[in-house]
Design a protein around this ligand. Structure first.
Ligand SMILES: Nc1ncnc2c1ncn2[C@@H]1O[C@H](COP(=O)(O)OP(=O)(O)O)[C@@H](O)[C@H]1O
Ligand SMILES: N[C@@H](CCOP(=O)(O)O)C(=O)O
Length: 303
C-alpha cells in the first residue's frame, strides 16, 4: 500500500427504543488519507477533531493496533491526515467512526482481508455496543443483536424515503456520562412494555409506516426518559419539529443532539424552522448513507 483514503460515515444510534442495537449511517464523514512513513504521525485538518496528542494514544491508532494484534500481524508506521465533519461527543458516533477507520487502516496496512463480520466483532469489542459501529461499517439502517455467545447478527435496509434533521447543541456530552444515568435493571413488566414499543417502531420503519414509527419512537422506555433531563429543549424541539411536519424526534445516540425523522424532500423546511427557533444550535438535514466504510486507492504520480 503506497497511499489510500478511508472514509467512514457518522451514525445515529438507538432511533428511540433500539437501545444499543439499532443505528443509522448518516451523511457526515470521517476521512483518513494514509501514506507510508517511518514513524506514526497524525495530522488533524478540521475543527471537529480532538487536539493531536501522542500518536500511540490516538483512538484510530489504538483501534488499528488492536486489530493487527488480534491477527498476529505487525502494524507498519504511517502518516495519517484526518478530516471530519462529525462533531465530537454529540451523539453522532464520532468514536465509532474513528474505531471503524482504525480497523480498516490495519486491514489495509497488514493486508488482512477481514470480512465484515470480523471487523464488526472487533469494533463492537472496542466500542462496547454494536449499534454505531455496525452502521459506520455497513451503511444504511442496521439492526444488530449480540447473542449470549458473543456472535453478532445483523439486518440492514437502505431507505432513501426519509431524511434526518439533527439539532446539535454547542456543548459536548460524553457517551460514558450519559450511560451513567440509565437504570441497571428493568422489571419484567417494564422490559415487556419497552420491547413492545421497539417491536412496533422497527416493523413500522421497515414497512414504511413512518407516521406510526415516529409516534412510537417518541415513546421509548429504555433510555429516553432517563436522559431527557440532560438534553436542553428536549420537549420543545420535539414539538417544533412535529409542528412543521417531522414524524418524530428522539435523542441521537446518547445525546445531546436530537434527530428528527422527516419525509423525503421535507428536511430542509424542518431544518430551517428548527434553526429559527433554536439559533444557538447547528441544524443539519442529513440523508441515510447507503455505504459504510470505503477505501479508495490513490495512485502515486510517476513523473
Ligand atoms: N476522529 C477521532 N480521532 C480521535 N479520537 C476521536 C475521534 N473521534 C472521536 N474520538 C474520541 O471519542 C470521543 C467521543 O466519543 P463519545 O463520547 O462516544 O461521543 P460520540 O457520540 O461522538 O461517539 C472524543 O472525545 C475523542 O476522545
Ligand atoms: N447505544 C449507545 C449509543 C451511543 O452513541 P453515541 O453516538 O452517543 O456514542 C448509548 O445510547 O449509550
Amino acid at each position: 500500500m503506497n497511499k489510500c483514503v478511508i472514509t467512514v460515515p457518522a451514525s445515529s444510534a438507538n432511533v428511540g427504543p433500539g437501545f444499543d442495537s439499532v443505528g443509522i449511517a448518516v451523511s457526515k464523514y470521517l476521512t483518513l488519507t494514509v501514506e507510508e512513513a517511518d514513524h506514526w504521525e497524525f495530522e488533524h485538518h478540521s475543527v471537529h477533531l480532538p487536539p493531536v496528542s501522542d500518536p500511540h494514544e490516538h483512538l484510530i491508532y489504538q483501534s488499528a493496533l488492536k486489530t493487527a494484534e488480534a491477527y498476529h500481524a505487525s502494524l507498519p508506521a504511517c502518516k495519517v491526515i484526518v478530516e471530519s465533519d462529525i462533531p465530537l461527543a454529540r451523539g453522532l458516533g464520532s468514536s465509532a467512526s474513528a474505531i471503524v477507520s482504525g480497523i480498516e487502516l490495519a486491514n489495509q496496512l497488514c493486508c488482512l482481508s477481514l470480512s465484515e463480520q470480523e471487523k464488526l466483532a472487533i469494533a463492537t469489542e472496542i466500542e462496547g455496543h454494536p449499534d454505531n459501529v455496525a452502521a459506520a461499517l455497513l451503511g444504511g439502517f442496521v439492526i444488530t443483536s449480540q447473542l449470549a455467545n458473543g456472535e453478532i447478527e445483523w439486518f440492514r435496509k437502505i431507505d432513501q424515503q426519509v431524511e434526518f434533521v439533527v439539532s446539535i447543541p454547542e456543548f459536548e456530552l460524553k457517551t460514558d456520562d450519559a450511560r451513567q444515568v440509565l437504570p441497571e435493571q428493568f422489571t419484567r413488566n417494564e422490559a415487556a412494555a419497552a420491547s413492545s414499543i421497539a417491536n412496533i417502531v422497527f416493523v413500522a420503519l421497515l414497512s414504511g409506516d413512518y407516521e406510526q414509527a415516529g409516534k412510537l419512537m417518541e415513546q421509548d422506555l429504555f433510555h429516553e426518559p432517563y436522559r431527557a433531563g440532560l438534553i436542553p429543549n428536549y420537549e420543545k424541539i420535539r414539538f417544533e419539529a412535529k409542528s412543521t411536519g417531522a414524524y418524530g424526534t428522539v435523542i441521537s445516540g446518547a445525546g445531546p443532539t436530537t434527530i428528527s425523522l422527516v419525509g423525503k424532500g421535507n428536511g430542509e423546511k424542518v431544518a430551517l424552522h428548527l434553526k429559527s427557533k433554536f439559533p444557538d444550535y447547528t441544524v443539519d438535514c442529513l440523508k441515510m448513507t447507503a455505504v459504510g466504510v470505503q477505501v479508495h486507492p490513490v495512485l502515486s504520480s510517476t513523473t
